[in-house]
Design a protein around this ligand. Structure first.
Ligand code: LLP
Length: 414
């Protein structure tokens, strides 16, 4: 459930008409509902209330400081994948002890930064990374807490670009190589084995792949224990899907029940790394129609947001519903909604039923909170858009629109 609703034909975010915000901040902009964000965090976190766990928000899905702080204030930690995300998490007040660090290519500098901040776990993805971490931790006079990221070879049944737990994916350590690496880790001076981690993909709409992965990892943990290696926490990653169109993803509660049913005999706490399920439907992208045009075979709505602002449709052929901000019942036409970028791949919707709007009218690109702004770029030298948060009957800018000066920051006329 989210708080983007029509009242008397006009789109509201909580108690605020979207048009009002557009008039004040201009377009395009990302718009988030704080009540929805908090509700989603609670729904997820409370679903696991009976199980010792930590909910570490996947920063990559939506990295705005205000959003990180909101979840931090609710007890959340962070799942990070870069030094930059660590910087953000710390700025937002997330303690190092609630931060887990995933990713296949951590550099020595990033490792040092994370060690200085005493993070909860390095989710290590290869033998070379393990040795590098041991060396760097030694140089820092620290013992690095490590979970090896296991690749359970489970098909998440999602888009090829966002499945991560298959044998052919670059992520994690194959199950058959992992025991040897755990033994090696246990023998390293500057490594402390703390956990096992596993993330199989994103936008999963069934619980069965999660259960299949958990069963495999559970067996693996039991085998490690029999070998004298004790695992204190199991990090099950993120991946729970949301509804963009007519998907029927499991509710967090159903996901939690399915996980809980598999936990007997497992003596470790759980870590989750949800991203999309917390923020996806808590944010929209508001854009204005600049022109319309009719080609020989298609109609186009040309809007002021492009693939640099929301990359998902171009990158994954992802579907985002598009609604008229000022007229819920506007008749729909089949059209492409395209941006101003000089690329054929620059579209927000293709051959989609969209409101028959004309110049100056406002459109809402729905379900854009996850991997929306966080994947935005300056391509075509377009300043990145503003991010706005609504809370009840008020709104605030949580990231100002970039200026032309921002575009050339750091460049030299040399
Ligand atoms: N943990 C790890 C290690 C991950 O790689 C990811 C996402 C997550 C957690 C969070 O997954 P979520 O709960 O959001 O599904 N840009 C793509 C999604 C890429 C996901 C990458 N990893 C998209 O827009 O669909």
């Amino acid at each position: 459930m989210n708080h983007f609703n029509y009242r008397e034909n006009r789109l509201f975010c909580e108690q605020v008409p979207v048009r009002l915000i557009a008039e004040e901040v201009g377009t395009p902009f990302y718009l988030y509902s704080q009540t929805t964000l908090a509700r989603h965090f609670n729904a997820f976190d409370k679903a696991f209330a009976a199980i010792p766990h930590l909910t570490c928000f996947a920063v990559k899905s939506c990295s705005n400081l205000s959003i990180l702080k909101l979840f931090a204030d609710m007890g959340g930690g962070a799942d990070i994948v870069s030094g930059g995300e660590l910087f953000r998490a710390i700025k937002a007040g997330i303690p190092g002890g609630k931060i887990v660090y995933s990713g296949v290519g951590k550099t020595a500098a990033e490792m040092k930064y994370a060690l200085r901040n005493d993070i909860l776990s390095f989710n290590v993805e290869s033998g070379q990374e393990l040795l590098a971490l041991d060396r760097v931790a030694g140089e820092c006079g620290k013992k690095a807490p490590v979970s090896l990221r296991i690749n359970p070879d489970v098909d998440p049944g999602t888009h090829a670009y966002i499945s991560t737990g298959l044998a052919k994916n670059k992520f994690g350590i194959p199950m058959d190589q992992a025991p040897e690496l755990y033994h090696r880790a246990a023998g390293l001076d500057n490594i402390r084995v703390v956990g096992v981690s596993c993330h199989i993909g994103s936008q999963l709409t069934e619980v069965s792949p999660f259960v299949e992965a958990l069963r495999k990892v559970k067996k693996f943990i039991a085998a490690l224990a029999a070998d004298g290696i004790r695992i204190r926490h199991l990090d099950l990653g993120g991946g729970l899907g949301i509804r963009y169109d007519d998907e029927q993803p499991p509710e967090p509660r159903q996901y939690a029940e399915a996980i809980a049913a598999e936990l007997s005999g497992l003596e470790c706490s759980l870590i989750f790394e949800p991203g999309r399920v917390l923020v996806g439907n808590a944010g929209i992208l508001v854009t204005r129609v600049i022109y319309t045009k009719e080609g020989p075979v298609k109609k186009f709505l040309i809007v002021d947001a492009g693939m640099n602002d929301l990359a998902r449709p171009s990158l994954y052929e992802a579907y985002h519903a598009i609604n008229a901000c000022d007229d819920e019942k506007r008749p729909r036409i089949k059209a492409d909604v395209v941006g101003p970028i000089c690329e054929t791949g620059d579209f927000l919707a293709r051959d989609q039923e969209v409101p028959d709007c004309g110049p100056d009218e406002l459109l809402a690109v729905m379900s854009a909170g996850a991997y929306g702004f966080s994947m935005a770029s300056n391509y075509n030298s377009r300043p990145r858009v503003a991010e706005v948060m609504v809370d009840g009957d008020s709104f605030r800018i949580i990231r100002r629109r970039e200026t032309l000066a921002d575009l050339i920051r750091g460049e030299e006329l040399a």
